[in-house]
Write a protein that binds this ligand. Structure first.
Ligand code: SF4
Ligand code: SF4
Ligand code: SF4
Length: 244
C-alpha cells in the first residue's frame, strides 16, 4: 500500500457537518453537551471524544460578509512533531504504509502538555480520567481494508478527497488552477509537510486559527524566514532537547 493523503477543497465546503457526524458514528463516540455561544460551530473545539469539528469563521472580504468553513482534523504530518515529543516509541504509531499517525493507550504515560504544544495545529486532546490522548487516526482500519475514511465517504460536495499521495498532489494542483479562476487568492496550505492538504479560497488566516501551522514557538533566526519544512524541524527540536 502506498503513502496516502487527503485533499480538503475548502472552496466546496458548505459547513454541513456530515463529516463530523460520520467520524462520531464510525468511532462510536458520544455527542457532547454544549451550549449556545453565539456561533453555529458545535462542538466548539476538539476533545477526547471529538476528533473532528467543523470550524466557522465569519469575515468581510471585498465588502461582503462571508463564511469560511474549516473541517478540522489531525494533519498526519510527514515528520510528526507530536511523536517527537513522546518518550515511548510505541505510544504513537507512524504507519509506514499509509503515513497515518496513530495514538494508543500508551499515550497516558506521555507528557501530554509537551505533545500538545509540539503540535503546530493544536490537535491532541487528553481524557481527564484515563490520561490517554486522542486524535484522528486517518480511519487507518478502514484504509487498510480498502475503504475511504468515514469523513471522506460522507462528504456530499467533493470537499473531502483521499487517495495515494501522488494522486492527491496532482488533484490539488488541478483544483487550485480551477479555483484561482473564481478565487484569485486561492492557495494550498502546508502541502509539503502534511498529509491533510487544504485548498483555501482566500488567505488561510481568514479561516480557523490553526489552519496554518502555528510558528509562534519557533525562535527568530535572522533575516530569512523559515520554509515550512524547516518550521516543522524547528518545532520538534525544542521538544527533543527537553527529552535528551
Ligand atoms: Fe501530530 Fe499534530 Fe501533526 Fe497530527 S497535526 S500528526 S497531532 S503534530
Ligand atoms: Fe474522523 Fe476518520 Fe475522518 Fe479522522 S479520518 S476525522 S478519525 S472520520
Ligand atoms: Fe459538509 Fe463536506 Fe464540508 Fe464536512 S467537508 S462540512 S461533509 S461539505
Amino acid at each position: 500500500m502506498s503513502d496516502k493523503s487527503f485533499l480538503v477543497d475548502l472552496t466546496r465546503c458548505i459547513g454541513c457537518r456530515g463529516c463530523q457526524i460520520a467520524c462520531k458514528q464510525w468511532k462510536k463516540l458520544p455527542g457532547e453537551e454544549t451550549k449556545n455561544t453565539g456561533s453555529h460551530q458545535n462542538p466548539p473545539d476538539f476533545s477526547f471524544i471529538t476528533l473532528r469539528t467543523v470550524r466557522y469563521s465569519e469575515q468581510v472580504t471585498d465588502g461582503k460578509l462571508r463564511w469560511f468553513f474549516t473541517p478540522d482534523q489531525c494533519r498526519h504530518c510527514i515528520d510528526p512533531p507530536c511523536k517527537a515529543a513522546t518518550n515511548d516509541p510505541l505510544s504513537v504509531f507512524h504507519d509506514p504504509e499509509t503515513g497515518a499517525v496513530v495514538y494508543n493507550e500508551r499515550t497516558a504515560k506521555e507528557p501530554y502538555q509537551t505533545m500538545r504544544a509540539a503540535c503546530p495545529y493544536n490537535v491532541p486532546r487528553q481524557n481527564a480520567k484515563t490520561k490517554v490522548v486522542a486524535k484522528c487516526d486517518m480511519c487507518n482500519d478502514r484504509v487498510h481494508a480498502g475503504m475511504l475514511p468515514a469523513c471522506v465517504k460522507a462528504c456530499p460536495t467533493g470537499t473531502m478527497n483521499f487517495g495515494d499521495r501522488d494522486a492527491m498532489l496532482k488533484l490539488a494542483a488541478e483544483r487550485l488552477a480551477e479555483a484561482k479562476k473564481e478565487f484569485p487568492r486561492a492557495q494550498l496550505v502546508d502541502a509539503e509537510t502534511v498529509r491533510v492538504i487544504f485548498l483555501a479560497a482566500d488567505d488561510p488566516k481568514l479561516y480557523a486559527k490553526n489552519l496554518l501551522a502555528d510558528a509562534s514557538s519557533v525562535p527568530p533566526r535572522g533575516p530569512r524566514e523559515y520554509t515550512r519544512q524547516e518550521l516543522f524541524a524547528a518545532l520538534a527540536k525544542p521538544v527533543r532537547n527537553i527529552l535528551e
